[in-house]
Design a protein around this ligand. Structure first.
Ligand SMILES: C[S@@+](CC[C@H](N)C(=O)[O-])C[C@H]1O[C@@H](n2cnc3c(N)ncnc32)[C@H](O)[C@@H]1O
Length: 207
């Protein structure tokens, strides 16, 4: 049986206790800016959690696009479903699955125009398998975005103990750096970093 994660236990509180507004929202907004998806895009959100990316994605893709959200926690997906229903987004499909064990054939809506994972790959073991799924589920010329965490740098390094604590409480490995594998598989990588380098953002194109 799968062990309960912080996300099975605190799904209802996640949006409030996850430092979304003061810290992590900036990373997803930076990703949306780099992604700049056209209306009608079909998007995979891997480790979608409660769906905090959905509003930003919907802003770009509109009602003719779609979002497929995958998460291992049914409790997080329940919150994501509530968010979608409240907003009247009928273009959101949610799937409960372990992203490290998925193949493209499990994803009936593949190939996607874009795949995104925010603050999630660094929780997954092995994250390489989940990144590979994102890449293989995206069409040629489509885009893959990763937003994840590292220790803050420069003057912001003073915040390292707090950043490490936030990652530990969330179950993520601050040393995982999943974006570092993107250049091997993707072209034209654009990047940004926010919050003193703690949040790293990468978007690459499928070859
Ligand atoms: C820190 S939350 C991030 C959620 C969302 N992406 C966001 O930006 O708010 C990490 C999410 O990854 C999910 N997760 C962890 N391991 C997973 C796995 N192996 N497969 C799918 N989802 C997983 C957790 O259930 C949780 O919802």
């Amino acid at each position: 049986m799968r062990r309960p994660t912080p996300y099975t236990l605190s799904a209802r509180l996640y949006d409030v206790i996850s430092f979304e507004w003061p810290v992590y929202r900036a990373g997803r907004e930076a990703a949306f800016e780099l992604l700049n998806l056209p209306g009608g895009s079909h998007v995979l959100d891997l480790g979608c959690g409660t769906g905090l990316n959905f509003a930003g994605l919907q802003r770009m893709i509109g009602p003719t696009g779609s979002i497929t959200g995958i998460d291992a926690s049914p409790q997080m997906l329940e919150q994501a479903r509530r968010r979608a229903d409240r907003a009247g987004w009928d273009n959101v499909s949610l799937i409960a699955a372990d992203a490290t064990a998925l193949t493209t054939s499990d994803l009936s809506e593949a190939p996607f125009d874009a795949a995104l994972s925010t603050y999630a790959l660094s929780l997954m073991t092995p994250w390489q398998a989940a990144l590979e799924t994102m890449i293989s589920a995206t069409r040629d010329g489509g885009v893959v975005a990763v937003v994840d965490m590292q220790r803050p740098v420069g003057r912001a390094a003073a915040w390292t103990p707090l950043a490490k604590l936030a990652c530990r409480l969330g179950g993520s490995d601050i040393e995982a750096h999943p974006w570092t594998a993107m250049p091997e598989r993707l072209d034209k990588i654009t990047e940004n970093a926010v919050r003193g380098g703690h949040i790293q953002v990468r978007v690459g194109r499928i070859r």
